[in-house]
Design a protein around this ligand. Structure first.
Ligand code: ZN
Length: 174
């Protein structure tokens, strides 16, 4: 420790501590590094292990989508939100709604309201849980806006009841 350090070396050290020996050089280096990194990552899919790690780190994070803009947040979910949006706007979806309303005689199956402008087709098993049943007539039931609102994030509580209603209609039809 008692070693004498030359003036030049000391200057170098203090510059290194500041973290910018030469600002220009630093920028060029990081650019190059970034290019190299992006090239290295191109076309490479994450391994199963890193994918698991990634999902763990994601679930461990609270509100990871906070502060992210809509499309960015959607990308975090692997474009799933976009996929649902496309399906919801499809002709098949419109047809599904019409069929659900027709089968239920345009009447809310919860309270009996038949105000047509307030009627909605509810997915008994929500599409966020099972997207394959989005156009399944047996997975749809007519509810008014108010009754539909009560099912949000509580769908499981209504599953049994609504499936019974829908199944009873199918028996009548047969
Ligand atoms: Zn209702």
């Amino acid at each position: 420790m008692g070693r004498k350090i030359s003036e030049k070396a000391r200057q170098k050290m203090s510059l290194a501590k500041l973290g910018k020996p030469s600002p220009r050089k630093g920028i060029r280096l990081s650019d190059e590094l970034r290019k190299k990194l992006s090239l290295a990552h191109m076309g490479r899919r994450p391994t199963e292990e890193t994918r698991i790690k990634m999902s763990i780190s994601q679930t461990g994070r609270i509100c990871w989508w906070k502060g992210k803009r809509g499309s960015e947040a959607a990308n975090w979910q692997g474009g799933r939100v976009d996929q649902i949006k496309i399906l919801r706007n499809s002709e098949e979806f419109k047809q599904w709604r019409i069929k659900v309303f027709q089968r239920d005689c345009h009447t809310c199956q919860e309270c009996g309201s038949n105000k047509s402008n307030a009627l909605q087709a509810h997915h008994i098993i929500p599409i966020r849980k099972d997207l394959t049943r989005i156009f399944d007539l047996n997975n749809g039931i007519t509810l008014c806006q108010t009754c539909h609102g009560r099912t949000w994030w509580n769908e499981e509580k209504f599953e049994e009841k609504y499936f019974k209603i829908v199944n009873s209609k199918n028996l009548v039809l047969v």
